[in-house]
Design a protein around this ligand. Structure first.
Ligand SMILES: Nc1ncnc2c1ncn2[C@@H]1O[C@H](COP(=O)(O)OP(=O)(O)O)[C@@H](O)[C@H]1O
Ligand SMILES: [Mg+2]
Length: 359
């Protein structure tokens, strides 16, 4: 009869292709039981959506089946707890593999209390505008369950480039580096149904395991609300500040107050407030219509002691460009004054080509 030691030895030949370490040394094999002609064990994955999960399971099964007399192999899957995963990564020398090479001057999160107010649009326009000014810009899509950044910037079907130890962001047409969970999924309609800790871990990895290189601005598009994921970003990334987005509705104002409270509680500067969907310009008459009612965002910003950065109109042409992955073609006058204000508050003075447009 095969012994546990013998099985462990065989399993130590199975490697996780992501880091080329064997599954025994990675601590992935648990509850190993050898019972007559049956072997059973649990494989603890760093994530149940580990991209090499099937290969590891298949290799482990073949390794054990190669033993004479073994008729059945039962493999159960489990997910490591976040703390355990972090310590394994450290032991395996993986943590921050990319982070060491990154030099990011400013990390700026775009946040609002609720969904649909245009956070992702503001993130995209701000990125495009900063890029036009010559800055080196990255966008980290921290909305894991509702990622919308790739759709705004990239042609359909864009996927990430993997190297064995780091993730390389996808470059947009104008050279903005983008990371999003959608770049890992075969189809953009695939849903991500994860629990909070896993989402937080993924966001952390988007910071520490992505080779961002030299950036002047890394913009982080947050999910709606003041959830776990938002807190993770604010507490584990070296934030320069947060841009708040609202729309001219009293409900939106209430949630902005909430979000502002949370940001201040964790001691991060609020760079300012942008009001989206402020008005619609009638194409026939040129008249401004305040579809969601009068704006009180500027007064609210004053009240909350934050800078009012500007307003954005409702513009169907802009949303059409976003839907086609061409947000970088949006007219500059839409957002350049807002981005210039942000640059003043969080300057990246020695950006190589910044004078191109600003002079
Ligand atoms: N000012 C605007 N003009 C036209 N469409 C807009 C505007 N702001 C947002 N949208 C559209 O509304 C939808 C929601 O915006 P999005 O930026 O995804 O919101 P959030 O990230 O806050 O959930 C998107 O389809 C976007 O293109
Ligand atoms: Mg969004």
């Amino acid at each position: 009869m095969a012994t546990e030691k013998q099985i462990r030895k065989l399993l130590s030949k199975v490697r996780d292709p992501e880091n080329n370490k064997n599954i025994i040394e990675l601590g992935m094999v648990r509850n190993l039981k050898v019972n007559a002609d049956t072997v059973s064990f649990t494989l603890a994955m760093s994530s149940l959506s580990h991209r090499f999960k099937d290969k590891i399971v298949c290799d482990a099964k073949s390794a054990v089946q190669s033993v004479d007399g073994i008729q059945a192999v039962e493999i159960f899957l489990a997910e490591m707890a976040p703390a355990e995963k972090a310590s394994r990564q450290k032991e395996a020398g993986l943590k921050g593999e990319a982070e060491r090479f990154n030099n990011v001057k400013h990390v700026i999160a775009i946040m609002s209390g609720k969904g649909g107010v245009g956070k992702s649009l503001v993130t995209g326009l701000l990125a495009g505008s900063l890029r036009r000014f010559g800055y080196r810009v990255g966008v980290l899509d921290a909305d894991i369950t509702g990622p919308s950044i790739p759709k705004m910037f990239l042609p359909e079907g864009a996927l990430l480039d993997f190297s064995p130890k780091v993730m390389l962001p996808v470059k947009t047409r104008t050279g903005i580096s983008v990371i999003s969970i959608n770049l890992f999924l075969e189809s953009e309609d695939q849903a991500v149904i994860w629990r909070g800790p896993l989402i937080s871990n993924t966001i952390r990895q988007f910071w520490s395991d992505v080779l961002w290189g030299d950036l002047d601005y890394l913009l982080v598009d947050l999910p709606p609300g003041t959830s776990d994921a938002s807190l993770t970003v604010l507490q584990s990334l070296p934030m320069s500040g947060v841009v708040l987005v609202t729309s001219p509705q009293s409900l939106a104002a209430m949630v902005v107050r909430k979000a502002a409270g949370m940001i201040r509680q964790v001691g991060i500067p609020i760079l300012g407030l942008v009001e989206n969907m402020s008005y619609f310009v009638c194409p026939d008459t040129g008249v401004h219509h305040r579809i969601f009612g009068p704006s009180d965002s500027e007064a609210m910003a004053r009240q909350l002691n934050m800078t009012f950065l500007g307003c954005l109109p409702i513009d169907p042409a802009v949303s059409a460009l976003c839907d086609r992955g061409e947000i970088e073609s949006c007219p500059g006058d839409l957002f350049d004054s807002v981005s210039q204000r942000i640059v003043k508050i969080a300057p990246a003075a020695d950006a190589p080509k910044m004078a191109r447009r600003a002079s």
